[in-house]
Design a protein around this ligand. Sequence first.
Ligand SMILES: [Zn+2]
Length: 396
Amino acid sequence: MHVLTGGSVADVDGTRAADVAVADGEIVAVGDAAVTEAAGSVAESDDADVTRVDVSGKVVAPGLIDAHVHLMMDARPDVATAAAESDYTASFRAARNLRVAAEAGVVAVRDLGSRGTLALDAGELVADGTLTGPHVVACGRNVIMTGGHGNWFGREADGRAEVRKAAREQLKDGADVLKCMATGGVLTEGAVTGAPELTPDELEAFTDAAAPTDTPTAAHAHGDAGIENAVRAGITSIEHGTFMSRETAELMAEEGTYWVPTASALHGIVDNGVEAGIPEDAVRKAEDAVDAFANAWEHALDAGVTIAMGTDAGTPFNAFEDVAGELAYMVEYGMSPAEVLEAATVNAADLLDLDDVGRVAEGYRADLVVLDADPNDDADAWADPTSVYLGGEHVV
Ligand SMILES: [Zn+2]
């Protein structure tokens, strides 16, 4: 049992002075000294040690939840060159990414596409304590049309029957979420960024395959037609959403579709460019998307679309340790620091179907960060946590 004492607590319920008592990986009390003392005396009667950690002047917040990562990728300029690496190498990269993500204050990630069962297996090894890292929610392989975006590691499928089978294969492998490509992408040579890929009919077969088990679904979608196709098919979250029109944003708000903007992915490419080794095709496509992406934010914020934080970590110059950069972008695009906190904690937790992370409250997992400033006032507070706890264990 330990008690973080003398500081403040910040989560979606606001910022207030409070101590936090943690035992057996869980938050057991949040409140003034008397409350956590009482929790402490219960633990003491079981002969447990009570460690006091002085966090005076600091803020205890829930750890971040990153709703879009690729555990096997390493932020290299040209992702396609990773195709030549072995599965073993990709797995070691995942182990490294998990550790640095945890050190940066990330307590849960959603892997939206890795080779085979790499991310699903990584999640099992985190759960059994073999690997240090955030809780992993994973999709297995991406379901894509033949020759579509990400075809070097996706599961290609065409037509209702094949798409259904491809989706069911991921469920059989233990996928927590299903991911498909509703449009082309920036990082696949030749794929047109905004052009629809899986058809409305195929997208419907895809969500239909997820329905019996209530498995959430995610669609990579840049172009507006592809976003609309995915929303109408009942997809749970739109990833990127670069060319989202006002009408589509309103449709998403109406349908309750989440948006995971992944600003870091676009900025990683545009801010570094060809001179940093990113393929010209990708840089050109990203540059063409910058203005549309700013408009998409305006449309989404005006319409009240629910936003969940996601980085697309692993894509060029978008490293797992730089997660806080995404929160800074979210403020630049018009969200308040408190809204960003909500998007990176409770909204992302809801999207990932996790009910025990995202708040500093009794009964929640002790997945906590200790910060120097109040993240409800200043999103930069996330940049350099003084300490990170995963299941009550001190990571840094
Ligand atoms: Zn991605």
